[in-house]
Design a protein around this ligand. Structure first.
Ligand SMILES: [Zn+2]
Length: 269
């Protein structure tokens, strides 16, 4: 095992006011974040940034390991959202789902879960949350109030999910407390944008026909999401339906067009 300090420099991306690192990640100045193999600290001075990174590596090891994501509720026979277990320095569960036994599925992959991040708190996303919290005692990140919440999510905040840095984007409309997680390679979209579901294929979105929901607000949220979505994102992990690999911006754009046309998602809407 070796330890090295790597210094990287480059321009700050003024469009997003974020810093895009040579490794393709982004971060905010002064923020320390975990990489797959170490921790980095970012320094910003004017329009330039500098990164000090402590890297530990085994000689000859593959340095390009992809972030691994498992849908741990894939075998559910009850109505649940997709719950995604993301491996890395911060093993993270994005939503807990509502499938009893999800704790056992998580345990098949990891003994340690450092955080649970909630996209929102509808029942199909939090039904098994208490069981997950008592099994692994992770930190709980949520935008909306929750008695077990340890960290409040805010729009624009940076958050490590598994091995990669994500930006929290507040995306209400389907739910008041909804956030999406935007990375350089992946998007966790909760119920705001869905690749496919029973209603639409190749660009669907969360329902907005219940009290307190708003299609107008959802449309604005998808617009914000698109503004902040790098073109490099090629994996979409949505709260329902299939995982999508490919041009994620295209899927989000098609969902936006459909939502803008006020296409009813369900016959009674
Ligand atoms: Zn929902």
């Amino acid at each position: 095992m070796n330890l090295a300090t790597v210094c990287e420099t480059g321009p700050v991306d003024s469009r997003s006011r974020a810093v895009r690192t040579p490794a393709g990640r982004f971060a905010r100045a002064g923020v320390e974040w975990a990489l797959a193999r170490g921790r980095s600290r970012l320094y910003q001075s004017g329009s330039q940034f500098r990164i000090l990174r402590k890297v530990s590596f085994k000689p000859g090891a593959d340095e390009s390991v992809d972030m691994e994501v498992q849908n741990v509720t894939a075998d559910a026979e009850v109505f649940t959202c997709n719950a995604y277990l993301v491996s890395g320095a911060e093993p993270t569960l994005v939503d807990a789902g509502a499938m009893s036994g999800v704790v056992d599925v998580v345990r098949e992959h990891t003994d340690e879960l450092s955080r649970v991040v909630l996209t929102h708190q509808h029942g199909d996303h939090v039904g098994e949350l208490d069981a997950v919290l008592s099994a692994f005692d992770p930190d709980l990140y949520a935008y909306g109030d929750h008695p077990e919440r340890t960290h409040t999510l805010q729009d624009g905040q940076e958050l490590t999910v598994g091995a990669e840095a994500f930006e929290v984007v507040y995306t209400p409309g389907h739910a008041d407390d909804h956030v999406s997680l935007v990375g350089e390679g992946a998007l966790f979209s909760g119920d705001v944008v869905v690749y496919n579901d029973g209603a639409f294929d190749d660009g669907s979105f969360g329902r907005t026909d219940y009290p307190g929901q708003s299609r107008e607000q959802l449309v604005e949220s998808i617009e914000h999401l698109l503004d902040r979505l790098p073109g490099s994102v090629d994996r979409l992990y949505a709260g329902h339906g299939d995982v999508y690999r490919g041009d994620v911006r295209g899927v989000v754009e098609r969902a936006l067009e459909r939502a803008r046309r006020r296409e009813p998602k369900y016959p009674d809407e």
